[in-house]
Design a protein around this ligand. Sequence first.
Ligand code: GCU
Length: 338
Amino acid sequence: MSKTVSLLLVGCATCLLLAIAAVAVATGAAMAPADRVELKLGHSLDQNHPVHLAMEFMKERLAEKSSGTMILEIRPNGQLGAETECLSLVQRGVLAMTKTSAAPLENFVPEMAVFGIPFLFEDEAHFWRVLHSDLGNDLLEAGADSGLRGLSYYDAGARSFYTISRPIMTPEDLKGLLIRVQESPTSIAMIESLGGSPTPVDFGDLYTALQQGVVDGAENNPPSFYTNRHYEVCKHLSLDQHTRTPDVLIISQRWWQRLTPQQQQWLAEAAQESAEYERKLWQEKTQEALAGAEERGVTIHHPDLEPFRQSVSSMVESYAGTPTGDLIEKIQAMGGEQ
Ligand code: GCU
């Protein structure tokens, strides 16, 4: 081969590589040979949060299973956008994966609204029975047709109110208060039915919103309240445990379809193991969060739940005859079992 021809060939190969790189960047895909996959995952939680720790565990398990050919790059703290933005990026395949609460997911997968129904689950056992049932699996897969494939649920405990100036002991205490909610119609409806004024704010902006008095309080699980240091502003945590809204690990359906069956299996297994790991960690981290918050001056209140249940009963009844109402009935029917 003449020197000119071989130089031309080298030149063409370089062009081809550049072209592949350009396509990869445009689609958000990692530059990699076909058997090597890099998956970027964006989420809103802090690095000390149990759900983040569980995703780090998933990253390790995935690398082990795939002999280092499947790499998960986790970007916490809303670096890639708030939850709704991440869901939209994942839906379009610009971002490979995300982990969000089921609450904003209801804007993309309407079935998820059921997890925003207050006092739906009798207890933790009822919650897990539902999540691990066919119904739980169907809900996880319900978003696949719209581009968002659920891989697993993470425990996100129970959500309770925390406030700056006065504790929430009854629904009347919410009157006149601006309460931050997630971007979710069901969360908005719940706060309205309890008598508060719902104010959607991205989780990443909440600390500042509380500090500046844009909102008077919020509601979340203890690890999120603690790891995002909301206790520095809110000195009252009222454990009314109004909702059990799980977190959901999601992969873009486009990315999922690009994986080989073997890669899909490794990822599904690593996600499952990560969920089991997180569930064990959750109790410990919840206790740590409650104790840590108390040490830092937070008073933990245990209100009577009955007035809260009564206040939301008409909201819950308003779903009768709707698809969410049907799901509520199915979930209620799974209560009280052993
Ligand atoms: C929970 C959940 C987060 C979510 C947050 C919120 O902490 O784990 O994914 O961002 O609630 O209230 O926005």
